[in-house]
Design a protein around this ligand. Structure first.
Ligand code: HEC
Ligand code: HEC
Length: 412
């Protein structure tokens, strides 16, 4: 009971009263359970602009896409479905600017479009969703309608324009279970990688080697080496907040956006704290790292479905047996490697994507890096490149084999 009161006080402090109350407890005296509760509170917390009377909650913006992690990852899950009718994009779909973009665009807008801004500052622009239809016929004659994105980005500065080919759309993936990706030993990933396809199976797969020598494991392109780095990137790019790792309190304001750069920040120079303090970051990281994996429908698993998963070639990338350094194996349905999935899924930065984990996939409102697929079947039909043979094998299945495979996927 006492424990619960104290937790309530800490959370209330986080939301309302500022650092005096919220951080009066020395960090090492916060119990593990309480640290998780605090992390969860930070995940759902609505940040506000600075200056404000609630200094423990301020620092949002000036430019941002959403005020809370949970706005894009509801219940720590994946982002919202993208409406067939087109129109306004949900907050959970982001757009970044790719290679070849006009330097004026990046100098003003940074690397990502923020469609919201704190009071007084205009936002950078907005995404307008639109689709073109595409029909695919499976070998047994049934027909599947795909929708191909043709979204537009309207920048506030009309003299700056963007072509679809210069854009990179990213939807929010589920976070459930992703803490385990850090616990797969590097040696296991190295053993799976086959960048030159020396075994001749048509599947290469390479480690995401980052410029600083680290190996990327997080994000659709595996560009972040750790959960903490990914969380920090989210704070800075998606919410405009400074962290120890990414200390710019103006987030993604471009150098030429003087009005944005001139706004006050929520950094605390006296205590040398960034807007997101080291302690808050640690609690949030801990919460995300401990999220349990999604649970599939165990009753949907069948030996025939499992065999089809292997024989159609899905398992070559969507591995169910990655070793963990804590013992046991990880059945997430990913090898954490980058694969060339062909031209239909390519964007401004190329054709390679991290194998998307399949656990819980059948419950996700939107699939693939840009959320274009509404169903598992649609997601599979977009596969090309290294996965072309698997996609063709899937198209060749009979209706009953297809439903065995799909219900097996529901079990993951
Ligand atoms: C505006 C929407 C938005 C907000 C807010 C947001 N995210 Fe995300 N998140 C995304 C998108 C989009 C991606 C995919 C990014 C990529 O691949 O480059 C992502 C990816 C991630 C991943 C990688 C998961 C994986 O499997 O690789 C983690 C972890 C994550 N976010 C955590 C957070 C945390 C923690 C917060 C709050 C600090 C947060 N996100 C806020 C949209 C958002
Ligand atoms: C060559 C490696 C490879 C093979 C083979 C492969 N996939 Fe994938 N799969 C990927 C990659 C990479 C992605 C992410 C692509 C993207 O987001 O654009 C993906 C994405 C998916 C998704 C979407 C998941 C999500 O959360 O968005 C599903 C579903 C899927 N694959 C199912 C399958 C099935 C079923 C098979 C077998 C018929 C298969 N894949 C074969 C690499 C592969």
């Amino acid at each position: 009971m006492q424990d619960r009161l104290l937790v309530t006080a800490l959370i209330a402090g986080l939301f309302c009263y500022g650092p005096a109350l919220s951080f009066s407890e020395p960090a090492d005296q916060v119990s593990d359970r309480m640290a998780t509760v605090l992390g969860e509170a930070l995940f759902s917390k609505l940040w506000v602009a600075s200056p404000s009377s609630t200094t423990a909650s301020d620092g949002l913006g000036p430019l941002y896409n959403a005020r809370a992690c949970s706005a894009c990852h509801p219940r720590a899950g994946a982002g919202a479905a993208l409406p067939d009718a087109g129109g306004e994009a949900p907050d959970s779909l982001l757009v970044r600017f790719g290679n070849g973009v006009d330097p004026l665009v990046s100098a003003f807008n940074g690397v990502q479009l923020q469609h919201r801004a704190t009071a007084g500052l205009p936002a950078e622009g907005r995404i307008e969703l639109s689709w073109s239809g595409q029909t695919v016929e499976l070998d047994d004659g049934s027909v599947v309608q795909l929708r191909k994105p043709a979204h537009r980005v309207h920048l506030r500065r009309p003299e700056m324009t963007l072509a679809y080919a210069q854009l990179k759309f990213r939807q929010a993936p589920t976070l459930a279970g992703s803490g385990a990706f850090a616990r797969v030993p590097l040696s296991a990933l190295e053993a799976l990688a086959d960048p030159d396809d020396q075994n001749g199976d048509g599947i290469s797969g390479r480690l995401s080697l980052l410029p600083d020598g680290q190996i990327g494991r997080y994000g659709w392109r595996a560009l972040e080496p750790t959960l903490s780095a990914q969380n920090s990137r989210a704070f800075n790019l998606d919410m405009g907040m400074s962290t120890a790792a990414l200390p710019d309190p103006h987030g993604d304001c471009g150098a030429d956006n003087r009005a944005c750069r001139a706004l006050p920040s929520g950094d605390d120079p006296v205590n040398k704290e960034t807007e997101v303090t080291v302690q808050m970051h640690a609690w949030l990281d801990r919460y995300v790292a401990q999220l349990p994996p999604p649970s599939g429908r165990a009753e949907a698993a069948s030996a025939s479905g499992r065999a089809l998963f292997r024989t159609t070639g899905c398992q070559a990338c969507h591995r169910l047996d990655l070793p963990l350094d804590t013992g046991g194996t990880l059945a997430a349905g990913t090898d954490l490697l980058l694969h060339d999935l062909g031209p239909a899924l390519a964007d401004a930065d190329g054709r390679e994507w991290r194998t998307a984990p399949l656990w819980g996939a059948s419950a996700r409102p939107a699939l693939l890096h840009d959320g274009r697929a509404r169903t598992i079947i649609e997601a599979i039909l977009w596969h090309g490149g290294e996965a072309q043979a698997a996609q063709q094998a899937f198209r060749g299945l009979s209706a009953s084999q297809r439903s065995q495979l799909l219900s097996y996927l529901e079990s993951l």
